[in-house]
Design a protein around this ligand. Structure first.
Ligand code: SF4
Ligand code: SF4
Length: 309
């Protein structure tokens, strides 16, 4: 039986995805040019992997030669817990409160691909969750999931921007969705609220200044120029999304229970500084926190202890 948009949407939603969009698999010329300009300015900081596989990022046919369509999937991860105001606690970004989203989404993607192949045995696909050489945000925009906000996260009209994205490249044709127009308008709330002025222009984030990069991907020290500007963020930063009116109006609690906090929403800095590898592994084995490694988390905790007033 031939696959239709409706079949894919039904199966994806049954598995727990919240939004599904469809785009023609054609080269991302403008998006690749913007990426190249961003790289030329050094805004990727030390994320050298961003410089690699530019051909694949530009054209998914370099990944799957028979690619005809992209199915873009979004999963809501919003839960309405608050951070601790207690002294010596550092804040953790919402996306890292629960179980690692890669583990959750990979499992769902695998099931979805299996089910679609059962319906149409000609169906072939390659899928990614954030880690591969695909421009998942650009595809989400092309596929009608949402628009790119000035903070460079994808915003949906239905549930705001607290979403994880997955991208499925497939050899099948679908009906393609219209791109959603930009609804940021004259708003600048995210730009004005960013404590380190990392949103250097509308739709441009300099990772060198972004707390998310500095506390997660960054392997070096955190510069003294950021002293007293971290707003007590220990792992990641949600400020630009917290202030976004689209989130304030439209965010909904996720259906996925695994996004509920595993270890709280804020961590005790002294406990982190004293923690050994065994305890780190016990607490964060299935959490996105693992990404920063214990050494990174300790660096962040020490930075907050010694720099925040
Ligand atoms: S995540 Fe935080 S530091 Fe990075 S751009 Fe947003 S508000 Fe600024
Ligand atoms: S805060 Fe305003 S400018 Fe920033 S992404 Fe949201 S709507 Fe757009």
């Amino acid at each position: 039986m031939a696959l239709t948009n409706q079949i894919v949407i039904e199966k994806a939603k049954e598995l727990g995805f919240d939004l599904v969009g469809f785009a023609k698999a054609e080269p991302l010329i403008d998006e690749a040019n913007h990426l190249q300009q961003w790289l030329n300015l050094g805004y990727q900081a030390t994320m050298d992997y961003m410089n690699r596989n530019l051909d694949k990022r530009k054209d998914v046919k370099s990944i799957l030669p028979e690619a005809k369509s992209i199915i873009s999937l979004a999963m809501n991860y919003y839960t309405d817990h608050k951070h601790s105001n207690q002294k010596d606690y550092g804040k953790v970004s919402k996306y890292a409160w629960g179980k690692d989203y890669h583990l959750i989404i990979w499992e769902k993607l695998e099931l979805l691909e299996e089910q679609l192949k059962e319906i149409d045995n000609q169906f072939n696909s390659i899928s990614y969750v954030d880690t591969g050489p695909v421009m998942d945000k650009a595809w989400a925009v092309k596929a009608g999931i949402g628009w790119l906000g000035k903070h460079t996260n994808v915003i949906t009209r239905e549930i705001g921007s607290w979403i994880f994205l997955a991208t499925l490249i497939t050899n099948q044709d679908f009906d393609y969705y219209e791109t959603i127009t930009d609804h940021c308008g004259s708003c600048r709330a995210c730009i004005d609220a960013c404590p380190t002025k990392a949103i250097v222009d509308e739709y441009v984030v300099d990772s060198n200044k972004c707390i998310s990069f500095l506390t997660i991907e960054n392997k070096g020290e955190i510069g003294s120029e950021f002293k007293n500007n971290f707003d007590n963020w220990l792992f990641g930063c949600d400020i630009c999304q917290d202030v976004c009116p689209w989130n304030n109006k439209f965010s909904e609690i996720s259906r996925e229970k695994d996004f509920e906090p595993l270890n709280g929403t804020s961590f005790n800095l002294n406990e982190i500084i004293e923690m050994d590898e065994l305890e780190f592994k016990r607490r964060y084995e299935t959490s996105p926190i693992k990404r920063a490694k214990l050494s990174g988390l300790k660096r962040n905790a020490n930075f907050l202890k010694h720099s925040e007033s």
